[in-house]
Design a protein around this ligand. Sequence first.
Ligand SMILES: Cc1ncc(COP(=O)(O)O)c(C=O)c1O
Length: 323
Amino acid sequence: MLHRIGNTPLFHSEFLSQLAGCSVYIKADYLNPGMSSKDRPALYMIQCAEKDGLLHPGDTVVEASSGNTAIGLAMLCKSRGYKSHFFISKKCSEEKREILRLYDAELTECPSSGDMNDPDSTLGRAAAYVRNTPGTFFCNQYFNDANSLAHMETTGPEVWKQTRGEVTHFIAGLGTGGTITGTGRYLKSMREEVQIIGVEPVGSVLQEYYRSGVPGSPGPYQIEGIGRSFLPGNLDVAYVSDIWQIHDHQAVEAAYWLKDKTGFLAGFSSAAVTGSFLQRKDTFAPTDHVVLFFADHGSRYLSKLYNKEWLKANIKPHGEVYA
Ligand SMILES: Cc1ncc(COP(=O)(O)O)c(C=O)c1O
């Protein structure tokens, strides 16, 4: 399974290409063995820790995660003989929790997903747990360089090769910043003009940081896996060309539009990426080659994004989020 992580297919989408009048590709990272892009950083963080002598047989791998990194890690822990304990926020979908429980992972739900200084956040509680518990290793995907390194050494070269060096735009969700920073670093080293675009929900603080150097004020949002209320160490804006924001209800509309027009069930962040792209489709030139990064699959959100009751209770059509 380890050798199956990465090297995901790149599909040319004739439907989106015709609509936008340029070449549009989907990087299908939902086809990783753990069914998300986060298998890549999970593998790198574990391998680096083993190489540095920080992980020993029988140890417990600890992480603060919205779910997908935890799933990648839990899968690897099973195959390598580690235990796992994840600090998740209440946003983490039931589908992701069920997969984690199948892997015998211990789960602690935390009230917030703020930074390390917030003792009630996933990060704050994970860090405190590791400080007080021997035989644990904290992956810390927000600040562990192995996260963006994974994308620099795998996602970037794959996209370059699969587009035969023709990629002009790489558009991906922004959470820890690992995908955008690592892939951007590689693609820009191959051709500086490649546009690297991060997508986050309205309510995340990173667009404002990118534009003014000061993080914006955090607000509520429902899109899972992307957006932050603090500045993650894995985001290096030197490799970023722009950050787009999208409302929850616009990502939902994009998900249903994709389902009805193409039959594809997009994950929440993939829908956000697609929706943000569609909003700007008229700004692309016929010679552009645009890669949309699909980090996971809609089957992970049947109880949320694809559940009418949940939508009614949590997403307002005018972009407001119910408390
Ligand atoms: C579904 C999904 N999309 C996008 C991201 C963001 O990727 P990154 O953390 O590399 O910025 C994540 C991160 O957890 C995710 O789970």
